[in-house]
Design a protein around this ligand. Structure first.
Ligand SMILES: Nc1nc2c(c(=O)[nH]1)N[C@H]1C(S)=C(S)[C@@H](COP(=O)(O)OP(=O)(O)OC[C@H]3O[C@@H](n4cnc5c(N)ncnc54)[C@H](O)[C@@H]3O)O[C@H]1N2
Ligand code: MOO
Length: 412
């Protein structure tokens, strides 16, 4: 029997992550570099070569032996020129220098470069205006990455820099954690698939596609199923198609109504529910459990409730399966732009626009917070977290804010 007491959001999330820990992270798979970005590295990246592979000049100028220009004014004949990609054919003769360009390999014998601004040409010779120290303007072989040493450890998130690093050490593929496959099952007699015309009392399944987008954004691979009807047989048939997914998201039918059959259908199919109901708004009717190795999330049907519970519970769970850390969101602190009343026992997540005022964030709640309104599911950059234990928060009260989008408005 699952927990029927109403959990706090923190406890709910902790229980989900604990339940998933034997399943996470998913196995690694080898993918082309371009497909690895945003995913968790499942191998140590160890270069098989030094980087740079040769001592290289970091300036356009003249390469020399520093010992030949210990004092200002040294005059050395220019023996030859070296360009990037074209190493010198011969070592640098003692007592001479060579023209060299940024990125070009130092010729054998040279141990320093002087930038051309500090060198005066006098016919076939170069005059060094200041003493030159060994190593100046040289990027030494292996100074960036050394052969055999771990350059990036397993578990790191592959960002564009890591893609470049992998390419730089000669890799065309990387082993990264598999993306979780996430089945999405909208439920409700009133639903028709997107693109079809609703009849009387019907409406388009919008949660399915919204959840598919959220899954993709969280690093998963959505598998969107056709809406199931509020009937045990329809739900059971739909659930049979879900086997093998890493997670199942249902939407709707998880409340207390006579036709809220999702929990019963899940249990009938063999899922073990862990809890149902969280002391939050939106999204109180939310269920979680395991069905074999499939994590099952019963999301409430109201569009804003679906997306807020996804954000708080499903997103961190999918990231854990994908080997990615935390929620991938920045949690900051901001001031409420207007006073708020709320049920004292609930944590309320307010969908807010965000702007900067001086060095503070101001959280402006969307005009409507009605969880059944599609218009309240977009246009916000943060969820302001109104804590339990308080029934009223004054205008200007400082609260935590989960930042969802980078498009914070900067208007002073
Ligand atoms: N007596 C009570 N009634 C309700 C309670 C409660 O505690 N006691 N909780 C309310 C809250 S809060 C929510 S949230 C909803 C959640 O209920 P369900 O998860 O069972 O959702 P449904 O009843 O199936 O649908 C709610 C609402 O959302 C629309 N919907 C459903 N699925 C979709 C979809 N795929 N795309 C677009 N819209 C969808 C549906 O038509 C309903 O309007 O329960 C309250 N009731
Ligand atoms: O959780 Mo319900 O989402 O408050 O409408």
């Amino acid at each position: 029997m699952y927990k029927r007491s109403v959990l706090t959001p923190e406890t709910a999330r902790a229980r989900i992550l604990a339940a998933l820990s034997p399943l996470a992270p998913l196995a690694g798979e080898r993918v082309p570099l371009a497909d690895a970005v945003g995913r968790a590295l499942a191998e140590d990246l160890v270069p098989d070569r030094d980087l740079p592979a040769f001592d290289a000049s970091t300036m356009d100028g003249y390469a020399l032996r520093a010992a030949d220009a210990r004092r200002a004014g040294a005059r050395l004949p220019v023996a030859f020129e070296v360009y990037a990609g074209r190493p010198a054919a011969a070592p640098l003769p003692p007592g001479s220098c060579c023209r060299i360009f940024t990125g070009a390999p130092l010729p054998a014998g040279a141990d320093a470069v002087e930038m051309q601004e500090e060198v005066r040409r006098a016919g076939k010779a170069a005059v060094f205006r200041r003493p030159v120290a060994a190593g100046r303007f040289v990027r030494a072989r292996g100074s960036d990455l050394a052969a055999g040493a771990v350059a990036l450890a397993a578990g790191a998130v592959v960002d564009p820099g890591a893609v470049g690093l992998a390419a730089g050490i000669g890799r065309a593929e990387l082993v990264v954690r598999r993306r979780p496959r996430v089945a999405i099952l909208p439920t409700g007699d009133e639903l028709v698939p997107p693109g079809s015309v609703p009849g009387p009392g019907e409406l388009v399944d919008s949660n399915g596609l919204a959840l598919a987008a959220a899954v993709r954004e969280a690093g998963g691979e959505p598998i969107l199923l056709r809406p199931a009807r509020d009937e045990a047989a329809s739900l059971s048939a739909a659930l049979a198609a879900v086997r093998g997914a890493d997670a199942l998201l249902t939407s709707g039918g998880v409340s207390v109504g006579e036709r809220d059959l999702v929990r019963a259908a899940l249990e009938h199919a063999g899922a073990r529910l862990d809890f149902w109901r969280v002391a939050m708004r939106p999204g109180k009717p939310f269920a979680f459990g395991l069905w074999g190795t499939t994590a099952v999330f019963g999301l409430p049907g109201n569009p804003a409730s679906t997306l807020v519970t996804f954000e708080l519970f499903v997103r961190p769970a999918l990231r854990a399966l994908a080997g990615l850390p935390g929620s991938g969101r920045v949690v900051s602190v901001g001031r409420l732009a207007s006073a708020q009343e709320k049920p004292a026992e609930l944590t309320v997540y307010l969908r807010c626009r965000v702007r900067h005022s001086g060095d503070e964030l101001v959280l402006e709640p969307l005009r409507t917070q009605v969880s059944g309104n599609l218009s309240s599911t977009t246009g916000h950059a943060a969820l302001a977290v109104l804590p339990p234990g308080r029934a009223r928060l004054a205008r200007g009260a400082r609260v935590r804010a989960i930042l969802l989008a980078p498009d914070v408005r900067h208007d002073g």
